[in-house]
Design a protein around this ligand. Sequence first.
Ligand code: HEM
Ligand SMILES: *[C@@H]1O[C@H](CO)[C@@H](O)[C@H](O)[C@H]1NC(C)=O
Ligand SMILES: *[C@@H]1O[C@H](CO)[C@@H](O)[C@H](O)[C@H]1NC(C)=O
Ligand SMILES: *[C@@H]1O[C@H](CO)[C@@H](O)[C@H](O)[C@H]1NC(C)=O
Length: 397
Amino acid sequence: MNSTQGYIQVFLSQPNWNVLTWGVAFLAVVVSTFLKFPLSGTKKTIIPAKSKLYGQPVQSIKPTAVDPSFQWNKDPPLKSYPFKDAVYKLTMGIKTLEVQDWLLIEPTYLNRIENKSKIVHNCHEDYPKDKDTRSSSLFVTDEAIPAIREFYDIVMQYMCDKYPMYFKKVGNQYHNGITDKCYPVDNSTVEAITLEEYLVENIEEDFIILLKDPTREHEIDGTEYFFKGGVFAFAAGFDPKDRFNKPLSFVHHPIPGYPEKLKMSMNRFFNRLQPGQFVTRSNFSMQTHPKFYVDDANKGHNLPEGYVQEPLRIEELDFEKQVHYRSERQCLTKLPKSGAMVFTIRTYLLPLAEVKREGREVCDRLIGAIRGLPEDISQYKRADEWGPAVIEYLSVP
Ligand code: HEM
Ligand SMILES: *[C@@H]1O[C@H](CO)[C@@H](O)[C@H](O)[C@H]1NC(C)=O
Ligand SMILES: *[C@@H]1O[C@H](CO)[C@@H](O)[C@H](O)[C@H]1NC(C)=O
Ligand SMILES: *[C@@H]1O[C@H](CO)[C@@H](O)[C@H](O)[C@H]1NC(C)=O
């Protein structure tokens, strides 16, 4: 933006018409290049210039039914190993996603739903009795209410379409055959926060609703999308309450390199995504405990100022019960009616010993990825502490 303004100023201060003509031509080329290749910098052009889906997208959030012999607790879960034996690069790292693969039922279903319910109802045994995890995991603003109602409709219908053996519409209720509980079809009979609680009981994924806020455009980064609602129960290393009702750049503070390397492309991407289009990305890290909701550990910025991260010793670590590999599969789409962006987060949390049992190829790739973390990212992920011991553990056959 600044460089474009710079060009315009240079050209306007030049009385030379020749230069002005060339300048306008140059700008036209730049602008048309941006329009044609909105995601320059990523390899695939994910968003066609004119989306066929735009304007009639409701059906586009409709999957087809899975194989009727599908049993929710039989097939092994997805292997979420999004690491490369290479130097870490801070990029969006997104790929297109078929609507079919958006929300999943895997054998972790009941475990995750129960864990999440306890977190949003302040009764999870992993946290002190007086800790208020509810206010850090359930979020509603008035502006987000229509989007929450719309998301509820879409999700419940999605589950009925994709998993008809488990989700059915019976009269004015949806029936979940795994938990044997019922939920209203009519989204307007209960408050938005109650719909969020219902969603906690029906999908494993956390979900964040993001909206523009025209009343706050004058604020820093105020033209970005704001985190306006949703369920963020499996936070990994920050308190979601501190990010709530804030623009995207604030939400991503203090990721090293975000302002220079991600901010522009993220905002452009959020503005251009069309309803019915889905993208996905995954990340990974390590934690030395088995908790799902973590607001005070995992990330370097939770440590006191000046704290030096010392490598943990392999003898002190329990790789079967304590040290966990954590990977989050995130999907992003835009809702057709409200225009809200929805970011769903599916958390894979498994003992590192289980990852090790995947075999040499996975272990070597993970070792390479840990070695490839630059110092700032390594500190951010606290890999200066767990890195050496994890590498040693994975190296031993
Ligand atoms: C296309 C969308 C997005 C991309 C590409 C993206 C990218 C990233 C990256 C690269 C990181 C740091 C390293 C990593 O975890 O890989 C990160 C962390 C994070 N992201 Fe995103 N993000 C996206 C959307 C969102 C949304 C919608 C939210 C929710 C409001 C969000 C919340 C966070 C938070 C809270 C962190 C951790 C910050 C911390 O540890 O303090 N992200 N994201
Ligand atoms: C939560 O998940 C942990 C780890 O899988 C499990 O041990 C625990 O039983 C779960 N809690 C509930 C209430 O499901
Ligand atoms: C909520 O449900 C009503 C009727 O049941 C439907 O017409 C409306 O579109 C839904 N609201 C949203 C925001 O999707
Ligand atoms: C993955 O990214 C999400 C959101 O972008 C973030 O909240 C989370 O802390 C990251 N998790 C890991 C395991 O790195």
